[in-house]
Design a protein around this ligand. Sequence first.
Ligand code: PHE
Length: 338
Amino acid sequence: NQYTADINAFITTQADELEAFRIKYLGTKGLIKDLFEDFKTVSPEEKRVFGKVLNEFKQLAEAKYNELKESLGTETGSTKSEADLTLPGEGFELGSRHPLSLIRNEIIDIFKRLGFVVAEGPEIEDDWHNFSALNFPEEHPARDMQDTFFIKKNSGKDDIALRTHTSSVQVRMMEAGKPPFRAIMPGRVYRNEAISARAHCFFHQVEGLYIDENVSFSDLKQTLYHFVQELYGDGTQVRFRPSYFPFTEPSAEMDISCTICKGAGCNMCKHTGWVEILGCGMVDPNVLENCGIDSKKFTGFAFGMGIERIANLKYVIRDLRLFSENDVRFLNQFQTEI
Ligand code: PHE
């Protein structure tokens, strides 16, 4: 009876006190174990009475122990919450495609429908594929047009660099095969520029190449005109301005009517109504000959665009750095079905 009163009066908020309680009453050398040992020695008549009392006492001690353990558990928030099956589950975050991948895939789809295949090449290039084969003469200032990250630089023709454009893939393709060629080259390119809202030390390009007999400048214009209608919608205007690239002659830059203000004049088009989206031209005969193609028989056009720029104009993104910071608040906005 004394023990029963003790148990009923026992209150604790401490785990170690509760453990002392368990050892005292319920432990392998505890009081209840002792009483059960004594129980073996009593007479059969006494056993009936004692047995009942003893079992009740044991149940009381166990019940008290469990009750106190539970209240301690909830207070510290440990054991109980782990097993709470009624808590809501943790939701799965669904990823989304990167905006640059979305645009790249869209560009690839449009050109695929025109019969262009996708070609790829290395990001670390030698001087020949990035410059010399493309008609950049050694020490020619045209090489300064593209601020290059050199990996190895000494004589010029042994130089190794991070490719500054995917035109290098065009060279590899022409060297490896026979015309006709109709391909686009998506990929990452590098230029040694200070990082700002408007420039980055790397960006992404899609270049294109079409070589066959009798390919003319009007084929170039119509192909790019069609591309722009598909990407930005019917009625988007284009205009060509004369330009210069060592690997094309004649060369041009293509503008489209501003897709953001619809020509009314906004910051994106600097109030001109036109935005530049790509460079293009007829492949220079020197380039064809450098790659082992008969320039008397074959002609072709090439073009190149920056994916970031295309994405800026499609999604009205004003800071290039957003594309490489991987901030989910930015990336989350490009949920698509695929
Ligand atoms: N390679 C050029 C660049 O990176 C783009 C271009 C490609 C221009 C093909 C004309 C023809 O700026």
